[in-house]
Design a protein around this ligand. Structure first.
Ligand SMILES: *[C@@H]1O[C@H](CO)[C@@H](O)[C@H](O)[C@H]1NC(C)=O
Ligand SMILES: *[C@@H]1O[C@H](CO)[C@@H](O)[C@H](O)[C@H]1NC(C)=O
Ligand SMILES: *[C@@H]1O[C@H](CO)[C@@H](O)[C@H](O)[C@H]1NC(C)=O
Ligand SMILES: *[C@@H]1O[C@H](CO)[C@@H](O)[C@H](O)[C@H]1NC(C)=O
Ligand SMILES: *[C@@H]1O[C@H](CO)[C@@H](O)[C@H](O)[C@H]1NC(C)=O
Ligand SMILES: *[C@@H]1O[C@H](CO)[C@@H](O)[C@H](O)[C@H]1NC(C)=O
Ligand SMILES: *[C@@H]1O[C@H](CO)[C@@H](O)[C@H](O)[C@H]1NC(C)=O
Ligand SMILES: *[C@@H]1O[C@H](CO)[C@@H](O)[C@H](O)[C@H]1NC(C)=O
Ligand SMILES: *[C@@H]1O[C@H](CO)[C@@H](O)[C@H](O)[C@H]1NC(C)=O
Ligand SMILES: *[C@@H]1O[C@H](CO)[C@@H](O)[C@H](O)[C@H]1NC(C)=O
Ligand SMILES: *[C@@H]1O[C@H](CO)[C@@H](O)[C@H](O)[C@H]1NC(C)=O
Ligand SMILES: *[C@@H]1O[C@H](CO)[C@@H](O)[C@H](O)[C@H]1NC(C)=O
Length: 622
């Protein structure tokens, strides 16, 4: 045996040399490539004597014929070179994506159509305005003309492509009905027509393409209902119908497609209930933003392969399913009419669960402490329900949380000190509950927090001095509580707003506010602040709105720059500069327009802040 090895490897080497030693390109191909190179002089950096070594050129290893040309992203704005390419009779792949081509020469269609082995044409991301009518191209399997500016209707342009398996015409301006003539031999597998202006119904003829595995019709103006027998597309793996005007019920036949893994039909006008068994084979389902009603089927969340379920913004009612697959990653049920409790035994040990949104329903009872076993959660939104009871301290173990929203419920008791363990938190919204007791100093451990909303509770005591350590805080809402005592130095990062209104604060307005150089809105209204307005408040460069109403403040209002709106009714403050209009806040046109400007400003600021959070969250999951 030992002696056989060397000779075998010797044969292997010979074999290798024979097949893979560089064979020179045929003279004709070399000349053609040189002609092409000349034609593209100054546009493509092709140098050297061996075309197979040029950037983007691939040659067959055995006989050294050119099989692929990729001119990706060279800012080419003229397609006059294309007919030259067709002289490469061995070409299999032509990629001219990411250029500025605005037309395809007729000669290209005629000449390249004759190439026997041409399999892939990629014209994605150019400025093409017209879809050419293809003749020949007998071997063409993939045609990518996405991200162009093609308009008009599609009739027979594609039908001649007898081997076509992949058609991508997404992100163009096509209109009229969806094309049905998609290659006479019906071997199409991927049909991507998203982000066009196709209208009318999804034609039954489409269902004759039984080899379809991927259909993406997202973002068109399709209407009517989905053909009920869509289930006969038995090889379908991905079906995306999002953002159209589709109506009617979700066909039950979809539940029969064993290969179907992703179904998205969000942002349409579907009605009726969720067909039972729809999730049997799916990994991802998005039916959010429709008008689906009725109860969620009991077995809906139990299939083990299920990962993503989005049903928000429908009219679903009844209670939450109690059997939940341990592999769920994202669950969004917000803005429905779901009632009953959050089942404590359902949302346990879901180790992959990363997004859980049940907000804006009519859920009752308490927040199950068991939720704390879903350690991957980054977003937990239970806001705007009828949840009551205490905030379980166990939630402190959800240390991956970025966003915790529990506002607009009736949670009571103290904010647990364990909240300080949520060290990745960006947004904490506990506003409008019945929380009492002091703000725990541990909140200062939330060192990346951007938004803290605690308004509308029954919190008392003083604001912990540690709050000044929240160096990324942009907005602090503490209004409508029973807070008092000494106001500590606030984080210098504050920008969107600092709201201490409707509390029990007294004494003079703290001088430390003057250092909040980015702060746009300061609301101190409905407290017992006394004394005058300190001059340094006039030096806050970003301030647009200062709300001081209903405080026993007195003295003259210092000279604020005119873009700052000062609200001071219910105080003894005097506007000395107002000679003709001594009464405070006698509404004037001027003030209203400033208020509008301020509103726009603060909306923009909030948007910016929200955008930062969104970016972080998106970055993580998309
Ligand atoms: C290359 O270009 C020359 C001059 O235009 C032409 O005569 C020749 O036929 C071309 N060669 C090939 C292989 O296309
Ligand atoms: C490139 O070839 C085309 C013909 O295919 C011709 O019309 C064009 O003038 C040529 N351009 C250059 C720069 O040689
Ligand atoms: C090169 O070899 C491949 C694979 O053997 C073959 O398909 C192709 O036709 C050959 N090309 C030429 C020009 O001989
Ligand atoms: C096409 O690109 C060339 C440079 O590559 C430039 O000189 C020419 O102005 C461009 N033409 C158009 C119509 O943009
Ligand atoms: C076409 O090229 C783009 C890159 O410009 C690429 O993303 C896309 O996958 C290609 N299409 C096909 C069908 O290979
Ligand atoms: C067009 O669709 C095909 C098939 O799904 C895909 O491979 C290709 O990447 C898409 N093109 C772009 C630019 O995304
Ligand atoms: C579908 O694909 C199979 C193999 O992938 C092929 O045999 C069949 O001819 C194709 N066309 C139709 C219409 O089924
Ligand atoms: C689903 O498949 C079963 C078995 O093939 C069949 O009896 C049933 O009619 C199908 N249901 C729908 C809605 O197509
Ligand atoms: C759910 O809504 C339907 C009407 O869509 C109603 O008939 C049914 O009683 C409701 N069920 C519950 C539990 O509220
Ligand atoms: C909120 O809960 C408290 C008990 O903690 C109860 O007294 C109060 O009525 C509840 N409020 C609402 C609106 O349900
Ligand atoms: C926080 O809750 C309040 C309701 O109390 C709501 O108005 C606000 O939009 C919420 N903000 C965020 C970022 O959740
Ligand atoms: C004081 O009055 C002047 C003149 O009417 C006005 O321009 C200014 O905005 C007022 N200042 C405040 C703080 O309202």
């Amino acid at each position: 045996m030992g002696r056989i090895y060397p000779s075998t490897s010797f044969l292997n080497v010979l074999f290798f040399l024979f097949y893979f030693s560089p064979v020179a390109l045929s003279q004709t191909q070399t000349e053609t490539m040189n002609n092409l190179s000349k034609n593209l002089t100054g546009r493509i950096p092709w140098t050297g004597s061996d075309p197979c070594a040029w950037k983007g050129v691939s040659c067959h290893p055995a006989n050294s014929s050119v099989v692929g040309i990729s001119l990706y992203g060279f800012s080419l704005n003229s397609s006059d070179f294309l007919p030259l390419v067709c002289k490469i009779k061995t070409l299999e792949i032509l990629d001219v994506s990411n250029n500025h081509l605005s037309s395809i020469h007729d000669d290209f269609i005629t000449e390249c159509g004759k190439i026997k082995g041409l399999k892939l044409l990629n014209f994605s991301n150019n400025n093409l305005g017209v879809l050419p009518t293809f003749h020949g191209f007998d071997a063409l399997e993939s045609l990518d003309m996405s991200f162009n500016a093609m308009r008009g209707t599609i009739d027979l342009q594609i039908d001649g492509l007898v081997s076509l398996k992949i058609l991508n015409l997404s992100f163009n301006g096509f209109s009229g009905s969806l094309p049905t003539k998609l290659g006479k031999s019906m071997v199409l597998q991927h049909l991507l027509l998203s982000s066009n202006s196709f209208d009318g119904k999804i034609p039954d003829e489409l269902l004759s393409n039984e080899n379809l595995t991927w259909i993406d019709l997202k973002n068109n103006i399709l209407s009517h209902s989905i053909p009920t027998n869509i289930g006969k597309l038995s090889k379908l793996e991905t079906l995306v119908l999002s953002t159209n005007y589709l109506t009617g019920e979700i066909p039950t036949s979809l539940a029969n497609i064993t290969k179907l893994s992703r179904f998205a039909a969000n942002q349409n006008y579907f009605t009726g209930s969720i067909p039972s068994g729809i999730t049997k084979y799916l990994t991802s389902l998005d039916l959010s933003y429709n008008t689906l009603s009725g109860a969620i089927p009991e077995d809906f969340l139990s299939p083990q392969q299920l990962q993503v379920v989005e049903l928000s913004n429908n009219k679903l009612n009844g209670s939450l399913p109690t059997k939940v697959s341990p592999n769920l990653f994202r669950l969004r049920f917000g803005s429905n009419q779901l009632s009953g409790n959050i089942p404590s035994d359902a949302f346990v040990e879901l180790h992959d669960l990363t997004f859980l949104e049940l907000d804006n329903n009519i859920l009752m009872g308490s927040i199950p402490a068991e939720l704390s076993s879903c350690k991957s959660l980054t977003l937990l939104n239970l806001a705007q329900n009828r949840l009551s009871g205490v905030l379980p301290q166990q939630l402190g173990s959800l240390t991956n949380l970025y966003v915790l929203k529990l506002q607009l419920n009736n949670l009571s008791g103290a904010i647990p000190t364990q909240i300080g363990q949520l060290s990745k938190l960006l947004t904490l919204n506990l506003s409008r509950n019945s929380l009492s007791g002091p703000i725990p100093p541990d909140i200062a451990n939330l060192s990346t927090l951007n938004f803290l909303y605690l308004q509308g509770n029954k919190l008392n005591g003083s604001i912990p001095t540690s709050i000044g350590m929240l160096n990324d805080l942009l907005e602090l809402q503490l209004g409508e509580n029973h807070l008092g005592g000494v106001i500590p130095s606030m984080p210098l990062s504050l920008q969107v707003s600092l709201n201490l209104s409707s509390n029990n604060f007294s004494g003079s307005i703290p001088t430390s506010f003057g250092r909040l150089r980015s702060l746009e809105i300061l609301d101190l209204s409905n407290n017992s602040f006394s004394g005058g307005i300190p001059d340094y408040l006039t030096g806050m460069p970003a301030l647009t709105r200062l709300i001081l109403s209903n405080n026993p403040l007195s003295g003259a209002i210092p000279n604020f720059s005119h873009h700052i709106y000062v609200e001071y009714f219910g105080t003894n403050l005097k506007n000395n500069t107002a000679q003709k209009n001594p009464t405070a806040n006698t509404g004037s046109k001027n003030r209203i327009s400033i208020a509008v400007a301020i509103l726009i400003g603060s909306v923009a600021a909030t948007f910016l802040g929200g955008f930062v959070t969104l970016l972080v969250v998106l970055n993580l999951y998309l």
